[in-house]
Design a protein around this ligand. Sequence first.
Ligand code: SF4
Length: 252
Amino acid sequence: MTVSLAPRAATRRSADELRAIAERGERELRSLAPAGSDAAEASPAEVIAWVAANFGTDAAAVACSMADAALPHLVAEQLPGVDVLFLDTGYHFAETRFTRDEVGRALDVRIVDVLPDQTVAEQDAEFGEKLFSRDPALCCARRKVAPLHDALAGYEVWFTGVRREEAPTRTNTPLVQWDERNGLVKVNPVAAWTFDDLLDYAGAHQVPVNLLVTNGYPSIGCEPCTKPVAAGEDPRSGRWAGLSKTECGLHL
Ligand code: SF4
């Protein structure tokens, strides 16, 4: 395991080439159902195999919120040593930072801490304290969206853990898509999984899971913007609770 502060600088193919690969992959994987299953699309392992066949490990990155390590584990099985991007906003729970360290220790991945331009203190000095409570969209844009955009410039493909059941905004998530905003291929291997599928996989493979997940936090973001959720409630209702905001802007 290596902990790094900088993503790899891969030699990238052109946007047109990558877009064509994404469009072909989306068609192929949508029609590729696992053997013996009623599913209408490829399994997570088949999606990752498609990435391994079309991209090198150096060209791929896995985005991980450190709620659990199911996605990094799945990807590292076929792309050992892959970069795992952690958006280190400066506002994470101690349990989340602990999980990040555990993932780096337990899996064959390279953790990349993606940092905002400003520390929390520098942001407070320019915008005032607790920007997250006055303008969470601006805070997320500065501490998550822009740093991820910059980091992804070094890759051709990125993996996300987006699942369709998480929110109405995610219902139509494809397995593979062209990410116009960031200019690379975006892959969502566990789009069809439920929260229980995720926990079952993590348990079966003994991969790290954030302690908060089993203590009322099925969706984990920054500490000031994440509240526990009662059993049976919308899993993402603890994110920016009481505000109209439901997404940090990474997956729009
Ligand atoms: Fe800021 Fe909250 Fe967004 Fe974190 S989740 S970047 S604290 S607004």
